[in-house]
Design a protein around this ligand. Structure first.
Ligand SMILES: NC(=O)C1=CN([C@@H]2O[C@H](COP(=O)(O)OP(=O)(O)OC[C@H]3O[C@@H](n4cnc5c(N)ncnc54)[C@H](OP(=O)(O)O)[C@@H]3O)[C@@H](O)[C@H]2O)C=CC1
Ligand SMILES: N[C@@H](CC=O)C(=O)O
Length: 781
């Protein structure tokens, strides 16, 4: 039984390293009986086309040179991948084949399709042999034995039978893409990019459950991500829109690819073979995904007016020029959009029934939900006018608008169109983890925040997560009544349930807001990022994770154009991270940060005067929502140590948590055991503090808990701990609960920059998380 047809394009097989990556994907993502459809490696098809053209021009030197080039490329791949007998035999077969091509060329008997077929044959043979070398049951399948065409038409019933007989249920079948045979057994091709078509055809013939197209992009985007940085990757798009896109300039999918899936339940996914963890774009049946907005660009096309176009003619002419074509009715006439380079072939095909209406046009198409098309088309026209672009032809139809001009639409204009038309009205899904002190207040403030942001986005709270239960509702949770909904609908969950729920969300943007203090939850960040979620953290664990993990997370976030905000992880609502980023972005160099970075310890030390036991004050601070869930995180200095590490990393200093020296504000033994054990021993804490306070007082100083980060000529001093501070010192005179950051830099060298204010508390921290959310959403625009 064929479960999945995987397809790997040329870029996925362009080097021996790429073959190795593909083999890894096959090992982890296939089961016996599955098929792997392959294209020619790298630019092999282009080289074979060049060979064909040189042969036609009878340029024997070029033919010999290109054959040598092909030999070198294939031999290198074989040398690097195969061993011993397998290598010798593969090199021998290659040499025989290339000699045979040379002989045919000399005898003037080369045939184009049979020549081009070699690219896919080489890929299938090499990959299957390499898999065998890795002890995987694999075989190469020549698609000319599976797909037969009669007079250009696929013989579906016969092909399904052939596939049923030849696809081996106990092996990985590595099948050549792009090629087929006619009824005489001669090689024919399925057109440029025909390998995707081979994969969906095979899925149809084998009744597979799904097709996975592995490519060099991460999926289907709202526009070309190479030109528009803020292009949005969609998790799901429906087949109708995918079809339109294929005909209107989006190169990821080709119109033909989708046709074998019509009226079937076969799933189709587009995903990256370069970034296997990245979530795919699923191309789903009509109605199974919301309609999305896209902008595609067209370059150098002609507009042909065709008389008496009959059914099937567009498919035939597409096959002839090996390009997806779009046709439409406009004011009673039928038009075809044709790549200018192919116009003469199309005109010939229609033999007097097609005329050029406009030539050498560029343009763009806006594909959108039907109800939005008219407004978007008008907005696009206004924007193009602002860029002094005059359209020559405008057409609107179901689900799209086409604007053609004889001017060039560059990537700046494309970005502007994208910002104003596509980004506007996008949907953002918010998932909040942690509904304790801060989380609860954050959600209370959420509906007002939604209102502030609703001009540009439609934002919904879709997930609430605590340690044991979660509540997910893809169409939105009522922010005012979430507690009632929680009581009735929250369910126990495992991490996999949470990740699946996020996978299913059909939103342009997803933001996971972590207001837990859980290391376990922070370990899911890479999975969230793989699912294209932006992150906001009040939680400090990810920001203080071991450097390798932390760096991998950061680079993954950057690669996917995602954002990670964590301002409240240091200084609660104080804009410390903003300030540091701003100073550094303006060319300053920070050399020293000293201060009190714990609201809890600030409050406790300022409040403590010996009249009440320190432990009593600690319980009060806990009640006020200042402390960590386990206040010993604060007393141990660990929490402040984390904050110092986050600050250091903001300055580009590479440190691990334990590189920051620490002395605790409690006896070490109190760190062990449960919270109740701690409470039973609270007298030890009280005695410890009293002793320090008395010693400080005897020196006319006061007890504080401070942190220091100093960077001088490559030397880093990083420490947190107990300090005795003179009464008049800024660190001594804080309002209880305040944090203070005394910053020295190139510009603030003698007179430090000071940021001071409440450094803990439900309201300020929740407001700080909102500030991160606001920043993030503004940066999605
Ligand atoms: N309080 C403050 O003033 C400030 C806090 N912060 C940071 O904000 C975060 C939250 O603090 P606070 O609200 O006081 O903490 P609370 O203890 O009040 O709340 C923590 C929440 O996290 C949930 N949680 C715990 N483990 C997990 C898990 N594995 N998966 C999902 N949810 C989990 C808890 O769920 P359950 O209810 O099921 O236990 C609870 O709802 C902390 O990281 C803290 O450092 C930052 C600045 C200031
Ligand atoms: N326990 C923390 C809360 C914020 O991180 C503190 O008071 O510093």
């Amino acid at each position: 039984m064929v479960n999945c047809i995987h397809k790997f394009g040329g870029s996925s097989l362009s080097s021996s390293e790429r073959y190795q990556s593909v083999a890894k994907i096959i090992i982890t993502h296939t089961q016996p009986g599955d098929c792997v459809v392959v294209s020619a490696a790298g630019k092999t098809t282009d080289t074979l086309v060049l060979l064909w053209q040189s042969y036609q021009k009878q340029d024997t030197q070029a033919v010999a040179d290109i054959l040598l080039q092909l030999n070198n490329h294939q031999s290198d791949l074989i040398e690097q991948l195969l061993e011993a007998d397998l290598k010798r035999s593969a090199l021998k077969t290659l040499s025989i084949e290339l000699s045979y091509i040379a002989e045919l060329a000399q005898a003037e008997q080369l045939k184009e399709a049979a020549l081009l077929a070699h690219g896919e044959l080489w890929s299938a043979r090499l990959l299957s042999t390499y898999l065998q070398q890795l002890n995987i049951e694999a075989c190469a399948q020549d698609a000319r034995t599976l797909f037969t065409l009669n007079d250009g038409e696929l013989m579906h019933a016969q092909n399904a039978q052939q596939c049923g007989q030849l696809i081996l249920p106990n092996k990985i079948n590595v099948v050549t893409g792009f090629i087929a045979a006619d009824i005489k057994g001669e090689t024919v091709t399925l057109g440029r990019n025909g390998s995707d078509y081979s994969a969906t055809l095979l899925a149809n013939y084998c009744n597979a459950k799904q097709v996975c197209i592995w490519t060099d992009t991460q999926g289907v985007y709202s526009t070309d991500p190479r030109k528009v940085k803020k292009a949005i990757k969609y998790g799901k798009i429906c087949r109708g829109q995918a079809n339109l896109l294929a005909r209107l300039g989006n190169p990821v999918l080709h119109a033909k690819t989708l046709s074998p899936l019509k009226n079937t339940d076969i799933k189709l996914a587009v995903r990256s073979s370069f970034d296997v963890q990245a979530s795919p774009t699923d191309i789903v049946k009509e109605g199974s995904a919301k309609k999305k907005r896209f902008i595609t660009t067209l370059q150098n096309v002609d507009l042909l007016m065709v008389e008496g176009l009959s059914e099937g003619e567009v498919a035939s002419v597409s096959q002839l020029i090996q390009h997806s074509l779009h046709h439409f009715n406009h004011n009673g006439d039928v038009y075809l959009v044709v790549p200018a380079a192919q116009t003469y072939l199309v005109i010939n095909y229609f033999a007097g029934r097609a005329n050029i209406s406009e030539s050498n046009l560029n343009g763009c198409a806006i594909v959108a939900p039907e109800q939005d098309v008219n407004t978007l088309s008008l907005q696009a026209l206004d924007l193009l006018k602002l860029h002094s672009i005059k359209p020559r032809f405008v057409h609107q139809d179901t689900g799209y608008a086409l604007l053609l001009t004889d001017q060039f639409i560059d990537s700046d204009i494309q970005s502007d169109l994208h910002d104003k038309l596509i980004n506007k009205g996008q949907e953002i899904a918010i998932i909040v983890a942690g509904l304790g002190n801060v989380g609860d207040v954050f959600i209370k403030q959420l509906s007002a925040q939604f209102e502030r942001l609703s001009d540009d986005f439609s934002i919904k709270l879709v997930g609430l997560i605590r340690s044991k239960k979660m509540l997910f509702n893809a169409s939105g949770i009522n922010t005012q009544q979430w507690k009632t909904q929680w009581q009735h609908e929250a369910n126990s969950y495992q991490s996999a349930d949470l990740l699946n729920a996020i996978n299913e969300l059909d939103y342009e943007h997803k933001i996971v807001i972590d207001i837990t203090a859980s290391e376990q939850f922070s370990l899911l960040y890479p999975d969230f990022v793989d699912r294209n979620c932006h992150l906001i953290s009040a939680n400090k664990y990810a920001g203080t994770a071991p450097t390798t993990w932390y760096k991998a997370l950061r680079s993954n976030i950057t690669e996917r154009n995602l954002h990670w905000r964590y301002n409240t992880s240091v200084g609660a609502g104080l804009p410390i991270n903003f300030a540091l980023a701003d100073l550094q972005n303006s060319g300053d160099k920070i050399t020293r940060i000293e201060g009190v970075f714990s609201g809890t310890l600030s409050w406790l030390c300022s409040k403590y005067d010996g009249t009440r036991p320190f432990s009593e004050l600690l319980l009060e601070a806990q009640k006020m929502g200042f402390t960590e869930p386990d206040p010993r995180e604060d007393l141990s200095g660990r929490d402040m140590q984390r904050k110092l590490l986050i600050l250091a990393r903001e300055l580009g200093v590479e440190l691990e948590l334990d590189d920051i020296s620490l002395s605790a504000l409690m006896p070490d033994e109190l760190a062990l055991g449960s919270w109740d054990d701690f409470l039973n021993k609270k007298a030890q804490l009280d005695a410890f503090i009293e002793e320090h306070a008395v010693t400080a007082k005897s020196k006319n100083l006061v007890l504080r808990y401070t942190g220091l980060l100093e960077i001088t000529q490559g030397e880093v001093i990083a420490k947190v701990g107990i300090a005795y501070v003179p009464n008049g010192d800024a660190l001594a005179n804080l309002t209880p609960g305040d944090n203070i950051f005394v910053i020295n830099s190139k510009w603030y060298s003698d007179n430090a920059l000071v940021i001071q204010g409440p450094g803990a508390g439900r309201e300020v921290t929740a407001a700080g998380v909102h500030s991160d959310l606001y920043w993030l959403v503004q940066n999605l625009k």
